[in-house]
Design a protein around this ligand. Structure first.
Ligand SMILES: Nc1nc2c(c(=O)[nH]1)N[C@H]1C(S)=C(S)[C@@H](COP(=O)(O)OP(=O)(O)OC[C@H]3O[C@@H](n4cnc5c(=O)[nH]c(N)nc54)[C@H](O)[C@@H]3O)O[C@H]1N2
Ligand SMILES: Nc1nc2c(c(=O)[nH]1)N[C@H]1C(S)=C(S)[C@@H](COP(=O)(O)OP(=O)(O)OC[C@H]3O[C@@H](n4cnc5c(=O)[nH]c(N)nc54)[C@H](O)[C@@H]3O)O[C@H]1N2
Ligand code: SF4
Ligand SMILES: [Mo]
Length: 882
């Protein structure tokens, strides 16, 4: 069959890499990095390069459902319209809400927001960006008069100092991080500083790592501002000409952080290290400060953002090459959502509810009959309003709030109570879908068509290349079809995403007169053809800049009423969730290299689960002793809100008193592993963003008396023991464990799996093995051990793909593959290189990541495992010389 090649954009992180696809019109066959895309110049990270492995049909949501029964789109949408109209008639428009996502395309987002805020007449539209970037949005608006991200990736090539604050870019923005690595390799004089309580993979690039006490970032940036003044490193001319609020900001900084020694003590970092950072910051003109969730996910995130921006404004370090405050956005279209006004306190095209003129203007442009006139509920408040019964219907689109919102158990209770829960999803099994009354199957990446905006304000096309499976439909189409049924045909009669994009572009320029920084009116007349072939372009795009604008604020013009940027006085605040005698550990949460959020897609690619296959708890050796937990033991974190179970990983990369857990695991992958169930819904007062980086809990070991591995051809639900699930290529693997013994394993097999065809019951060693075989095909295999030492999976997985002969039967009971078998964690996912092979190579003399790459290829594609390779070299070198 003929294959076709097209360009599109990666649907994962905010770097927004261009992807070349090869497809046959039905399926994506291969992907590679797009050399012409400015964001990645040909590279892809491991998630991007596994895209074709996660787009298979299996696991997709195929049919619309109402109350558990499949229906046609017609019936489903009619029912949805009738139920929504009923609720609105009885309780008013504000009893209806939408909860959207930075993973929708701009066009989907635009129509959803328009329907709610202009036609249904409720501003209760919020998005998961509330949990992600909303503190940055407020920070930018306060400082620049608009949600305007000033920098570009190209600035990395000009910077002399790069400060990364609360960002693990090596894992979470891998291609951008590789650009930093390249810049530093080209010029070793460039200084890199990491500010993160953990020593993450990103620390590998850093000349200096401040492992600060969590939550003390504003103190550090205030100290920098005070030092800039003290050491005459301010740009007085710039401050005078282009800013306001400097005196108050400086005075707040001096009051809270005038004394470096005291700041070092409060932030718990060595004074010399803090002095080094301050020194570099004061003396380096070309400074880029990257920040991400370590700043945003905080109950004072907005102030932290402004404490960073203050330092750049006071030195005039923005609007020129190689400098500026640079928020790394998370989701592929976090920025697009902000442009269309997806947040409850925004309106559209960077207008909001602060002026009635905005409401009037947007209403006039949309010819909207029911304009919302005041802000709606922000995410946490929204779900509380659902719990109170004030909001009766919620439409959740492209997000999994049952996992990702704080106090996950409460979110579950809220949705259980809600009269009408509508969920638009691509995948068949998610935690949130379990509570949906109406289920809408959506098209996904490579099927849907539209635009996304990345961290550097660059709009790129995601292209629809293959047909959606089953009855899945595009989100914009679903929304518009519903709108038409509610009587708004004319306003939602779009022929294509291109038509929506043109309207969005027109609104951005509508009565703008240079009062709003977001202006893409230069694309308002784009033909369908031009939209289709649109090249990545950075906004603003207007008459003055028809080819886009790589740099904002070069002329010192800001979008505040007096066109000056604002410095803000910042008084550092401690996190709200503080450890106590009952809950003595600080809980930090975040991401791992190979998984994306709630794993609905990346959890399907066997190769992406080989780096970390289970939920875990990273803990400092001192705390491990204190809480009597051992490396690889299962343990439970618990507090007044919930519980989280994971495997202990003892590491000195963690500060004492603090543990780190991944945010990814859900009910689909483990019994009790939702990080959000440990976090209280404490939010920033300005942005409403929750404090998902600091919870508190106590820890106890789980004394499992057995652990087992169960591989099955067909998935089962086994709820009576602790379990975690890992999809493999030919079967599904479960880890099982329990604190209580199973009396008779054969009986257990009978009741859970069916009669075993062969078994080995070695009671002396508490070892049991059994397999179910039908027509010479393996159905399941169970391996029980007294501890976590279980044999390798790769070979067992392949046994599900072949006829099992007599030899294999014997080997199954041995659980040993014939000959040499690869075991151990996969460190390099791109080339599938495992830890034992890497260690052997090191012991045989490979003494650097580069040498390992030459020998084993590891680390030579996306490069994101290089920090781990180096760590292995470091550790095993010590072993050799010891
Ligand atoms: N592999 C992968 N990549 C992703 C994603 C994914 O799910 N998987 N998600 C994407 C999304 S939506 C986002 S938002 C980004 C997030 O990207 P990041 O912000 O880099 O991700 P996190 O791991 O959540 O948090 C970053 C770091 O903040 C640190 N931190 C915690 N508390 C503090 C503090 O008080 N101060 C400081 N300075 N640091 C602190 C944590 O230890 C952690 O290492 O990643 C994007 N990229
Ligand atoms: N404890 C803790 N919690 C956190 C965080 C943390 O660091 N710690 N980080 C927060 C952050 S920054 C973020 S961004 C959130 C992310 O949290 P979520 O948004 O809940 O996570 P995802 O798994 O990305 O959910 C997206 C869902 O949309 C589906 N989907 C994908 N594409 C489409 C589409 O085109 N249409 C439709 N209809 N559905 C689609 C996917 O299958 C998936 O189920 O989590 C937040 N929660
Ligand atoms: S860096 Fe981000 S955008 Fe680029 S390939 Fe990886 S996940 Fe996709
Ligand atoms: Mo995010």
């Amino acid at each position: 069959m003929a294959t076709l090649k097209n360009q599109t954009t990666c649907p994962y992180c905010g770097v927004g890499c261009g992807v070349n696809t090869t497809h046959d019109g039905q399926r994506i066959i291969a992907v590679s990095g797009d050399e012409d895309h400015p964001a990645n110049q040909g590279r892809l990270c491991v998630k991007g390069s596994a895209l074709h492995e996660t787009t298979a049909m299996e696991g997709r949501l195929l049919k619309p459902r109402v109350d558990g029964r499949e229906h046609s789109w017609n019936t489903t949408l009619d029912t949805l319209a009738t139920r929504l109209e009923g609720i609105i008639a009885a309780h008013g428009p504000e009893s209806v809400a939408m909860y959207l996502s930075g993973q929708l395309l701009t066009e989907d987002y635009y129509v959803a927001n328009k329907l709610m805020k202009g036609f249904i007449g409720s501003a209760h539209v919020d998005t998961n960006s509330r949990l992600c970037m909303s503190s940055t949005v407020v920070g930018y608006k306060r400082a620049f008069g608009g949600d305007l991200q000033p920098c570009s990736y190209g600035d990395i090539d000009h910077a002399e100092l790069m400060v990364l604050v609360g960002s693990n870019a090596a894992w979470n923005h891998p291609i951008l991080y590789q650009r930093m690595v390249a810049a530093k390799n080209a010029n070793p004089d460039i200084k890199v500083v990491l500010i993160d309580p953990r020593r993450t993979a990103t620390a590998d690039l850093a000349d200096l790592h401040l492992a600060l006490k969590p939550g003390t970032d504003a103190l550090i940036f205030n100290a920098i501002l005070a030092a800039l003044a003290e050491r005459n490193a301010l740009d007085a001319e710039y401050i005078d000409a282009h800013t306001e609020g400097f005196d108050a900001a400086l005075s707040a900084a001096q009051t809270s952080a005038g004394d470096l020694a005291e700041v070092a003590r409060k932030a718990d970092v060595p004074l010399a290290d803090l002095e080094q950072l301050v020194d570099w910051f004061c003396t380096t003109e070309r400074t880029l400060t990257f920040f991400s969730q370590g700043i945003n996910q905080s109950s004072s995130g907005t102030d932290k953002v402004n404490s960073i921006i203050n330092c750049h404004l006071a030195t005039g370090r923005l609007g020129r090459p190689g400098m500026g405050p640079f928020s790394l956005t998370g989701q592929p279209n976090a920025m697009g959502g902000r442009e269309v006004g997806g947040l409850a306190n925004q309106l559209a095209a960077h207008m909001d509810f602060s002026q009635s003129a905005f409401v009037e203007r947007v209403g006039r442009f949309w010819q909207a009959p029911n304009m919302a006139t005041r802000e709606g509920y922000k995410a946490v408040d929204l779900f509380e309003a659902i719990e109170r019964g004030e909001i009766k219907a919620v439409w959740i689109m492209a997000t999994n709030p049952l996992v990702s919102l704080p106090d996950a158990n409460r979110v579950r209770r809220a949705l259980e109570k809600c009269e009408l829960v509508i969920v638009s999803e691509c995948m068949a099994n998610t935690d949130t879908l379990e509570l949906a009354d109406i289920v809408l199957p959506a098209s996904g990446w490579s099927e849907k068509n539209g635009t996304v905006t990345n961290s550097e304000r660059r709009i790129s096309r995601q292209r629809g290349l293959v047909p959606p499976p089953g009855d899945a439909q595009h989100d914009w189409w679903i929304i518009c079809e519903l709108a038409k049924r509610m009587g708004y045909r004319e306003a939602f009669d779009y022929a294509s995403p291109a038509a929506i994009f043109r309207e969005h572009a027109r609104l951005s320029g509508f009565e703008n007169n240079r009062t709003r920084g977001f202006d893409i009116s230069g694309m308002a007349e784009l033909s369908d053809l031009a939209y289709d072939s649109l090249k990545p372009i950075q906004w603003p795009v207007n008459e003055q800049a028809p080819e886009g604008t790589p740099r904002l604020f070069a002329d010192g013009h800001f979008f505040t009423p007096n066109n000056r940027a604002r410095l803000l006085p910042v008084t550092p605040q401690a996190p709200k969730q503080q450890p106590s005698s009952e809950y003595p550990l600080i809980v930090n949460s975040g991401r791992i290299r190979d998984q994306w959020h709630t794993m609905t897609r990346t959890g399907r690619a066997a190769r992406l689960l080989q780096h970390h296959a289970e939920p875990f708890i990273e803990i400092h050796p001192d705390d491990a002793r204190r809480f009597q937990v051992e490396h690889l033991q299962l343990a439970e974190l618990q507090n007044e809100l919930g519980r989280y179970r994971g495997r202990i990983r003892i590491t000195d990369q963690q500060r004492p008193g603090e543990v780190f857990i991944p945010m990814h695991w859900t009910r689909q992958f483990t019994q009790t592993g939702i990080s959000g169930s440990l976090f209280a819904p404490e939010v920033d007062p300005f942005s409403g963003q929750p404090e998902s980086k600091q919870g508190r809990a106590t820890l106890k070991p789980l004394h499992m008396c057995w652990e087992a591995r169960l591989l099955v051809r067909e998935e089962r639900s086994i709820e009576d023991h602790w379990w975690t699930r890992v999809p493999l290529n030919h079967c599904t693997s479960y880890r099982l464990a329990d604190t209580e013994a199973v009396e008779n394993w054969r009986d257990w097999c009978e009741s859970h799996l069916g009669a075993p065809s062969l078994w080995l019951d070695d009671q002396a060693h508490q070892r049991f093995r059994a397999a179910g075989i039908q027509n010479n095909r393996l159905d399941w295999i169970l391996l029980v051990e007294p501890n976590a030492e279980l044999p390798d999976l790769a070979w067992l997985d392949t046994c599900f793909d072949v006829e099992v002969d007599l030899d294999t039967r014997r080997q199954l009971l041995d659980a040993k593959a014939p000959g040499e078998q690869a075991t151990g964690a996969v460190i390099c996912s791109c080339f599938q290189v495992r830890e034992p092979d890497i260690i052997s190579a090191i012991i045989e003399g490979a003494d650097s990541a580069q040498a390992l790459g030459e020998q084993l290829k590891c680390g030579t594609n996306c490069g994101s495992c290089v920090p781990e390779l180096k760590e292995l070299v470091k550790v095993h070198h010590v072993e050799k010389s010891a």
